[in-house]
Design a protein around this ligand. Structure first.
Ligand SMILES: [Zn+2]
Length: 139
């Protein structure tokens, strides 16, 4: 402890090792009842300043964006990748794509179809049911 001003004391650390530094910050955080959370994106601890935050403010890999900025996007992509709509879309995509080779449809027609199919696939989460989507794919 060192005096700070006339009446106050502040905890001061002159670290001789990395552990000492870490210990100091951890103890200081506990003293301030600073909550920590594991970042859902990079998996490292970060200090929570207000509730409901799941991502830290560090840069995520070499994206040029912070975990927080990309954090809200990532789970949606993951949801879509695992969804039944995505599997249906992938199957139908391959079938349609093969039709270009057999000369049944043109590349342009396929392009238009896949654009619409993607819109519908993404809409399944919101306004379209999986049954409606499946029916449309099988037209
Ligand atoms: Zn992070």
């Amino acid at each position: 402890m060192e005096p700070l001003g006339k009446y106050d004391f502040v905890e001061t650390c002159y670290p001789k090792s990395v552990e000492e530094t870490v210990n100091f910050f951890v103890r200081a955080a506990i003293a301030r009842r600073q909550p920590f959370r594991l970042c859902k994106s990079c998996g490292r601890y970060f200090a929570v300043r207000h509730g409901g935050v799941e991502y830290c403010n560090r840069q995520y890999q070499d994206t040029g964006k912070t975990c927080r900025e990309i954090g809200s996007v990532k789970p949606l992509q993951k949801r879509t990748a695992d969804s039944p709509a995505m599997r249906l879309y992938n199957t139908a995509y391959k079938t349609r794509f093969a039709r270009i080779r057999y000369g049944k449809i043109t590349r342009e027609e396929f392009g238009q179809w896949s654009t619409t199919a993607r819109e519908f696939r993404d809409a399944v989460v919101g306004r379209m049911t999986i049954d409606e989507f499946e029916t449309w794919l099988k037209r």
